[in-house]
Each structure stands twice: as structure tokens, then as C-alpha cells.
Write a protein that binds this ligand. Structure first.
Ligand code: BES
Ligand code: MN
Ligand code: ZN
Length: 485
């Protein structure tokens, strides 16, 4: 997708040349700054009861008089925020995406000047609208033909729009990578596939990549990760990708992704209903790959290392059993009381592995607990951080990216329930506060650097009619990395 800006033509919106023009009207009445002909059209539509200044209202006009474009769509953003702008663009795109539009012009009328955040929101909305899963669905409808988007800027709007568009386009490309990886079923998106995706992205952007197989993971000493992997014939992979945008002496940001390519629960098997959705249990890993892709495009002056622990969690004659005790890379032994709490078992070894990079910060991203979905639903990702400054940075990134996250507690008292009679720590506690207990488990392995954990169990994918991966939290992570650059 090609995103550019273009100044408002001298002849106003009527003179814009494109296959289609999408006009976002800010406010709750016809803005005085809207061209006379368009203002009259809109005023008439309101008088006829065909348009209201409310979200999700669309006015489509074919070959409007006084306009160069064949297709005109008007939508309303009741307030001037980038969030409202994004929602309005999404609504307008939904109305025209089946049309034969290749080049779309977008303009915003009324309200204050646009900022880079509006431009970024436009790219995000376009990326979301044109993505279509087709890899295992030959009968999928043809992809939208949209390839070029021009943001028409007003006189008072500056070069920052171009920067916002570029950032938004890079994030949208990263989100697409994450959605596509996570949407692919477990028999396609295997640990080996994730490694090949990591290699592809690394090659495209000149990053370094290492992939470890079962034997090498054993040699490193990741006994906890391997314990989860041992129940499946599908070979596990530990993936290391390095983006070097700054001097070697600059401590890296390490992103750690949970890459369970299918989570059956193992011997503590899950109920059958909705078990298919556990193919999305590598959403954290997918978001690490997507963020690397976005960073590769933007090339910030930072060092970033992506770590992905990838395997399946299946029951078998060789699978771990409740009560088994394993030795993690950190040396701590773990009593596996529930084999379905496998995410923390693979992440703990990746977190210990991260120590060798002497990181400035480590953030793990995981579809870790159903309890997090109960706590926060599908809007906010759960943010857990012992480090106040890091928590504040991540919340700011979350706001800037319009990728909501909510901070959760990590008081030591929550860790009490993980005491075990037979090992240094148990992998589960009681149901209450399950998202926090999981984070407390991880915290034991992340004491040597500033660390945060994002539980994206409720936000990495959607269920129901719109079932599919969201690509979250690629936006949050990319903004976090950029702010450190
Ligand atoms: N991948 C799941 C978490 C999950 C469940 C995400 C449902 C989204 C929707 C994770 O591996 C898991 O099974 N967690 C258990 C932990 C429990 C056994 C302590 C859970 O949440 O039930
Ligand atoms: Mn599980
Ligand atoms: Zn899981």
C-alpha cells in the first residue's frame, strides 16, 4: 500500500482527482469550511433524513455534480480525536471496499488541524480494511484493489502528516504479518513456519537470525520449555532475531513472544468447545515478528532482539503429567500442577536466556491466561511491570498507538500461592487472580533487568462472526521501541 499526502487543490475538494474521495466531517453540523457544493449536498441529505452527524453514518454519492471523482463518501467523526477519525475512516472504507477503487483520496473537514496521529490512524484503518485471510481459503473473495491512499492536507497542516503516514504504514505492515501468522491454522503455522517467517523478515531488513532445534534447546538447558515440547512430534524452535540500529554498546530492548502454535492443554486437556481458537496461542510470537517488520521499515536508532519460544502443547505417551517436576534454565525447579499452564513454562526459559544480552528492558508478550480475559475483556491488554518507569513508558506507547493496555498489580503477596512441596515453585495457584499469579511466576525469572509482561489473551484475536487475529499489540510495541530511539 502506498500512502502519500497532497495539499488541498486550489479548487477545493471538488477538484481532487482519484477513484474515490472519502471526506471525514468533524463535528455535529455542516462545517463552514466545507466546499459550497459538498456542503449543500450534505445539508440536503441531513434535511432528507439520510445523514446524521453520528458515528457509523455513511453518505455515498455516485458521480456527484461539481466533483472530479466518480465516488464520493461522507462520514462523520463527532469529535476531533485521532480515534474518532480512525473509526470514521474505517466506516467509510467498509462502505466502498468492495468497489473497484485503486486510488483513494481522504480528506478531513472541520475541527483543528490534523496531527501525525491522525495520519497514522488513517494508515491503520486502511491496513485493517484491506486485509483478507486467504492462505487456506481458495474461495475467499477477491482482495480489495486499493493500492494507493492520498491524504489531502489543509493549509495549516505540516510535514508531520507524512511522518505519521510512514509510521502508520510500517505498523500496518507489521500488523498484517502478525494477523497472517496467527490466523494460519496449527498444521500450517508450526514452530518451523514461525522460524521461516523470522528468517524471511530478517533477510528482508538485514537482521541477524538464529534458530535452535530440539537438540540445541536441550544443550542450552531449557528444561522447562522442552518439557512442554516433549508431548508433540512437531519439532520445537527457539528463535532469536537481532535488529541492530544503534552502536553495539547500546543495551538492547528484548521482546519475548509466546509461540504455542496449538494449545490443547496437554494432559490437563481443554474442553472441545472453541479449542480451535488455541491456534492463536502464538499471538505473542506473531506480534514480535510483526514489530520486527515495522521496525525494519522505520529503522530507528535502537537495538532490538526478538526471542520466540515455539512448540505445541499436546497430550501423548511422552507428554508432561500433573505432578512432574522439571528444571528450568535458571536452575529453579518447577512442579507442573497443570499442564495447561504451559505458556509460563516456555517463557521462563526465554526470560532467563534474555539475561545474556544485558538488556535495557525485556517485554514478554503472551496469550497467557483466560483469567486476563475475565478481568479486562477484549479492549485492554493486561500490563504487568514491577518497574514504574517502564510501566509508564508502555502505557504512553499504548495511548499513542491507540492500542489500549491496563496496568495490573504485582505485589509480592500474590506470589504466595505458587509455593510447592516438591519444587522451588509451582506453575499454578488457585483460580482467583489467575492473570496476576501467572505474571508473578514470570517475575521470578525476570529479576535481573527491567521487565514487563503483556497478557494479550483477550486482545490478540476476536471470536465469533469476526473470528481472526487482530495483530495487537504490534502498535504498542512499535511505539515503545520508537520512543527509545
Ligand atoms: N493459552 C491459554 C490461555 C487462554 C485461554 C487464552 C483462553 C485465551 C483464551 C493458556 O495456556 C492457558 O491455558 N491458561 C490456563 C491457566 C490455568 C491452567 C492456570 C487458563 O487460563 O485456563
Ligand atoms: Mn494452556
Ligand atoms: Zn496457552
Amino acid at each position: 500500500m502506498d500512502f502519500t499526502t497532497q495539499p488541498m487543490p486550489a479548487g477545493g475538494l471538488g477538484a481532487v482527482i482519484a477513484d474515490a474521495l472519502l471526506v471525514v466531517v468533524v463535528g455535529t453540523s455542516v462545517p463552514p469550511s466545507l466546499d459550497k457544493t459538498l456542503g449543500a449536498l450534505l445539508g440536503d441529505a441531513v434535511a432528507q433524513g439520510d445523514f446524521e452527524f453520528k458515528p457509523n453514518r455513511v453518505l455515498y454519492i455516485h458521480r456527484p455534480a461539481g466533483c472530479q471523482v466518480a465516488r464520493l463518501t461522507l462520514v462523520c467523526a463527532p469529535n476531533p480525536t485521532p480515534t474518532a477519525f480512525k473509526a470514521a475512516v474505517a466506516c467509510g472504507l467498509a462502505a466502498i471496499k468492495a468497489f473497484g477503487v485503486t486510488a483513494l483520496a481522504v480528506a478531513r473537514v472541520g475541527g483543528d488541524a490534523m496531527t501525525d496521529a491522525h495520519a497514522e490512524a488513517l494508515a491503520a484503518a486502511v491496513g485493517d480494511a484491506v486485509y483478507l485471510y486467504r492462505h487456506t481459503k481458495p474461495s475467499a473473495p477477491a482482495a480489495p484493489r486499493l493500492t494507493r491512499v492520498v491524504l489531502v492536507s489543509g493549509r495549516r497542516e505540516s510535514a508531520s502528516l507524512a511522518r505519521g503516514l510512514q509510521r502508520g504504514a510500517a505498523i500496518a505492515a507489521g500488523v498484517e504479518v502478525a494477523r497472517e501468522c496467527a490466523n494460519r491454522p496449527g498444521n500450517h503455522a508450526t514452530p518451523t513456519f514461525l522460524a521461516s517467517e523470522a528468517r524471511r523478515i530478517a533477510k528482508q531488513y538485514g537482521m541477524k537470525v538464529e534458530v535452535f532445534d530440539r537438540r540445541q534447546i536441550e544443550k542450552i538447558g531449557m528444561g522447562s520449555f522442552l518439557a512442554v515440547a516433549q508431548g508433540s512430534d512437531e519439532p520445537p524452535r527457539f528463535i532469536v532475531v537481532r535488529y541492530e540500529g544503534a552502536a553495539k554498546s547500546k543495551a538492547p530492548i528484548v521482546l519475548v513472544g509466546k509461540g504455542i502454535t496449538f494449545d490443547s492443554g496437554g494432559i490437563s486437556i481443554k474442553p472441545a468447545a472453541e479449542m480451535d481458537e488455541m491456534k492463536f496461542d502464538m499471538g505473542g510470537a506473531a506480534s514480535v515478528l510483526g514489530t520486527l517488520r515495522a521496525i525494519g521499515e522505520i529503522k530507528p536508532k535502537v537495538n532490538v532482539i526478538g526471542l520466540i519460544a515455539a512448540c505445541e502443547n499436546l497430550p501423548s505417551g511422552r507428554a508432561i503429567k500433573p505432578g512432574d517436576v522439571v528444571r528450568s534454565l535458571s536452575g529453579q525447579t518447577i512442579e507442573i500442577l497443570n499442564t495447561d499452564a504451559e505458556g509460563r513454562l516456555i517463557l521462563c526459559d526465554a526470560l532467563t536466556y534474555a539475561e545474556r544480552f544485558k538488556p535495557a528492558a525485556v517485554i514478554d508478550i503472551a496469550t497467557l491466561t483466560g483469567a486476563c480475559v475475565v478481568a479486562l475483556g477484549h479492549h485492554h491488554s493486561g500490563l504487568f511491570a514491577a518497574d514504574e518507569a517502564l510501566a509508564a513508558e508502555l502505557l504512553a506507547a499504548s495511548r499513542h498507538a491507540q492500542d489500549p493496555a491496563w496496568r495490573m498489580p504485582l505485589d509480592d503477596e500474590y506470589g504466595e500461592v505458587l509455593k510447592s512441596h516438591f519444587a522451588d515453585v509451582a506453575n499454578v495457584g488457585p483460580r482467583a487472580g489467575g492473570a496476576i499469579t501467572a505474571a508473578m511466576f514470570l517475575k521470578r525469572f525476570a529479576a535481573k533487568y527491567p521487565w514487563a509482561h503483556l497478557d494479550v489473551a483477550g486482545t490478540a484475536w476476536k471470536s465469533g462472526a469476526a473470528k481472526g487475529a487482530t495483530g495487537r499489540p504490534v502498535g504498542l510495541l512499535t511505539h515503545f521501541v520508537l520512543a527509545r530511539g
